[in-house]
Design a binder for this molecule. Structure first.
Ligand code: ADP
Ligand code: MG
Length: 256
């Protein structure tokens, strides 16, 4: 599975989901690569320190002589590897202007890895530009985190439109793996209403697992750990473990 974690809204839980889903897959013994496609580099910094990040996904995508293998680093967790990002990635769009295969760069670089990883998780930036399109072209699956908030569904039309465009041409095989509700506070009536609304729009695509609001999930990146080693007993660990189970189930049953 190559799964893109995308939603053009910022702060909805993409990075938290990418980091902890990748960690959960690794803990289950799957060799997993986390590709950071956000110039902010939040998922890279969740595991690595800045000084360790010299070459990044920018080099691997923009430079024909650099491969992903050249920039991949082991994360401090067995079976987990990271292709880190740096702010340079923000220049990619202007760098690739006019290149006919601009949307296929990441797909081609992943193809060179030739099955070295069981799973690849791609953390996307909060935009529907060239980087996210590269992820959607390269991916077999898309996972959409939606924040449990009053504005939850705003903008999802644009995302679905982009997915349809990608499916029409470059990647007809792209499947929507599912929608995961994040930062949910099950005590409030509003949160329950929002969940119902999301369910109305996405139906069976919504994962049964809902990620609750948990301060431990906010803290763990500061310690360069996933939630599973940082706070294994926390609700965040239980939720992301259960999301990972559902993800594997859907991929293996090919229901996504
Ligand atoms: N379930 C959660 N509970 C509490 N805080 C969360 C949760 N998920 C994410 N956060 C926090 O919310 C902020 C935005 O999350 P992030 O994963 O970075 O979103 P995105 O990548 O979509 O911008 C971060 O500070 C993160 O630590
Ligand atoms: Mg992010």
């Amino acid at each position: 599975m190559i799964v893109a974690i995308a939603n053009q809204k910022g702060g909805v839980g993409k990075t938290t989901t990418a980091v902890n889903l990748a960690a959960a897959l690794a803990l289950r013994g799957r060799r997993t690569l986390l590709i950071d496609l956000d110039p902010q580099g939040n998922s890279s910094i969740s595991f690595l320190t800045h000084d360790l990040i010299q070459r990044s996904t920018y080099d691997a995508i923009a430079d024909p002589n650099v491969s992903l293998a050249d920039i991949i680093q082991p994360a401090p967790l067995e079976n987990l590897f990271i292709a880190p990002a740096r702010i340079a990635l923000a220049k990619l769009e202007s760098r690739l202007v006019g290149e006919l295969d601009a949307h296929f760069k990441l797909k081609d670089k992943i193809a060179q890895l030739a099955g070295q990883f069981d799973h690849i998780v791609i953390d996307c930036p909060p935009a529907l530009g060239l980087l996210t399109v590269n992820a959607l072209v390269a991916a077999t699956h898309l996972l959409i985190p939606i924040q449990s908030s009053y504005f939850a569904l705003e903008g999802t039309d644009d995302l679905l439109e982009t997915i349809e465009k990608v499916r029409q041409r470059p990647n007809p095989a792209l499947r929507i793996l599912g929608v995961v509700i994040t930062m949910h506070d099950k005590r409030t009536a509003l949160a329950r209403d929002i969940r119902d609304q999301i369910q109305k729009v996405f139906g069976g695509k919504v994962f049964k697992t809902v990620i609750s609001k948990s301060v431990r999930l906010e803290e763990s990146p500061a310690y360069k750990e996933s939630i599973f080693t940082f706070a294994p007993e926390s609700p965040g660990a239980t939720d992301y473990y259960s999301l990972c189970e559902e993800v594997i189930e859907r991929v293996e049953a090919r229901t996504a």
